[in-house]
Design a protein around this ligand. Structure first.
Ligand SMILES: [Zn+2]
Length: 400
């Protein structure tokens, strides 16, 4: 699946229609979820049938294109399926499906109808009951290279700085690569973004520190504004935009680095860290770098698929304690930056030692690859943009 994204430009009243469609999609998803809670044991098929009931009962639900309603039911189902999957795997966090609340970001997904592209593919019109009309699109050059029949889904996404449209194309992205005969293990550290099994390090991106400061400042400002005031809404929007900027920078960093790592290795091993637990950490700086790591890992797995490179997530136990030379367990605290083995006398930087252990483990466990979602796809395109295949030159900024 390939995803292209463009910004939508329209009138204010048109955006309000998009909001209505997004709200309705959320309503359908939540209703399906409730239906499942009240009738445990029902499956995908029953949820999809329930969409018709909703459309009959609620006139606004009927306004949403019928396939978009189905897509919303499918979303509810994928949350349920993920929960079942986690139960089966006996994961600690089962992730019981939750109702979606109103948020700045939200989306509605159309499939092959309910929308229409203009002849020159510069505008898109939404043709379902909400009658949002046609929007100019910014940044869809890539769309010209594909047939319309390849567009399987069209998603409207609302972010803090506007409305976007994503085209999901039924194209398997496969690229050729000459084998490099190189394998690599990566260790996420506190001091570096990662250290690899050759002893090379990659620093934490500089922008993280800067964004951290900006986020702190903006969230303080938000907390000082009175609730329900106009100033509060404006402050919240500024904070959301800052978050958006961080996530775009993070993605940019992750995509470039991941592509580079994948292209120069035949196998990449890393630790299977429970990032979700890590993000809960109270320290903002740490949570930002954890998010960066998690994005990097997602893109490693994505490019691994694209370029046919094996990616292995190994269990993170003892990778920093074992001696990479003789296997002896050498206990050390977090502050001990150097590994010194009392048995064989091996001395090495702590993270480098860990990276070698990770690679060893990876080579031993090939065949068991990274985390996949319930449907077996890497769920990268949900709510996130995909990197353009080429850097877009001279891209103009859309008007606010
Ligand atoms: Zn040793």
């Amino acid at each position: 699946m390939l995803v292209f994204e463009a910004k939508l430009e329209g009138e204010k009243h048109q955006y309000e229609k998009l909001d209505e469609a997004i709200r309705t999609a959320r309503f359908v998803r939540n209703s399906c979820l409730r239906y499942w809670m009240e009738n445990k044991g029902i499956g995908r098929y029953e949820l999809s049938a329930y969409c018709k009931v909703l459309a009959k009962e609620f006139p606004w639900a009927n306004k949403l294109n019928s396939m978009a309603r189905q897509a919303s039911a499918e979303r509810a189902w994928s949350a349920i399926a993920r929960f079942y999957d986690n139960c089966k795997k006996k994961a600690k966090k089962k992730g019981f499906p939750r109702f979606k609340k109103h948020q700045t970001h939200g989306s509605v997904e159309y499939k092959t109808c309910g929308w229409k592209l203009s002849e020159d593919r510069r505008t898109i019109a939404f043709t379902d009951g909400f009658k949002a009309g046609s929007f100019k699109m910014w940044g869809t050059r890539d769309l010209h290279f594909y047939q319309l029949e390849q567009v399987k889904r069209v998603r409207v996404v609302r972010r803090a700085d506007g409305y976007y449209v994503q085209f999901c194309l039924d194209v398997e992205r496969v690229e050729k690569r000459t084998p490099t005969q190189k394998n690599i293990g990566l260790d996420v550290g506190l001091t570096h973004f990662y250290t690899d099994s050759d002893g090379q390090t990659v620093e934490n991106p500089r922008h993280l520190r800067k964004s951290e400061k900006a986020l702190k400042r903006l969230s303080k400002r938000l907390s000082r504004t009175p609730k329900g005031s106009k100033n509060r809404a404006a402050a919240r929007n500024r904070l959301m935009r800052a978050h958006l900027k961080v996530s775009r920078q993070r993605k940019d960093f992750a995509v470039k680095l991941a592509r580079c790592v994948i292209q120069s290795n035949d196998l990449v091993a890393y630790e299977d860290l429970q990032v979700r637990n890590m993000v809960k950490n109270r320290r903002l700086a740490k949570s930002i770098s954890d998010a960066a790591w998690s994005a990097f890992r997602d893109w490693l797995e994505y490019f691994g698929k694209v370029f046919g490179v094996v990616t292995v997530a190994v269990p993170p136990h003892y990778t920093s304690q074992n001696c990479s030379n003789c296997g002896e367990i050498v206990k050390k605290s977090l502050s001990q930056r150097t590994h010194r083995c009392p048995r064989c006398g091996h001395v090495q930087d702590r993270d480098w030692n860990a990276a070698i252990n990770i690679l060893e483990l990876g080579l031993r466990t090939v065949g068991h690859t990274g985390r996949l979602n319930a449907s077996g796809d890497i769920d990268l395109y949900l709510g996130e943009e995909t990197p353009p295949s080429k850097p877009s030159r001279g891209k103009r900024k859309p008007k606010q």
